[in-house]
Design a protein around this ligand. Sequence first.
Ligand code: 4NP
Length: 151
Amino acid sequence: MVCLGNICRSPLAEGVLQEKLNRKGLDIKVDSAGTGGWHVGQRPDLRAIAIANKYGVDISHQKARQFSPTDFQEFDIIYAMDGSNLSDIVALAKSSEDIEKVGLILDELNVENNNYVPDPYYGGDEGFEKVYQLLDAACEIITKKMCNGKR
Ligand code: 4NP
């Protein structure tokens, strides 16, 4: 799960998907990173921690890190939160296999438009609620696919 700062969107995506997979008893490792390095080592934004808590997901232990080209070897699927994250990740790819691993998380919702998770950093709490609902819906679909061996 990759966003810009790894303190708002991708920590939520990591926490929500990991929680859903754990509940299904699936032993799959979920991680997150930011394309930028400004927040490396920091805990998620307090507003992200709070919205996750509201829905029973604890993301307070997470620490931000920067996306690394070695992540292409480490992970099978790389979900970007928006188009800018996607192009920044693809720019670090070394092969077509690397590029094939990368996609937009909201493409899982099969919507024509609005397939970017909006950056809630400079907005209010309602932005975090919206981000949570989008990620919850996408992660529900991803979990179902993983249960069926289709992801
Ligand atoms: P995120 O949100 O990419 O969802 O973690 C942001 C966090 C920090 C900044 C931008 C977006 N920033 O500019 O510091």
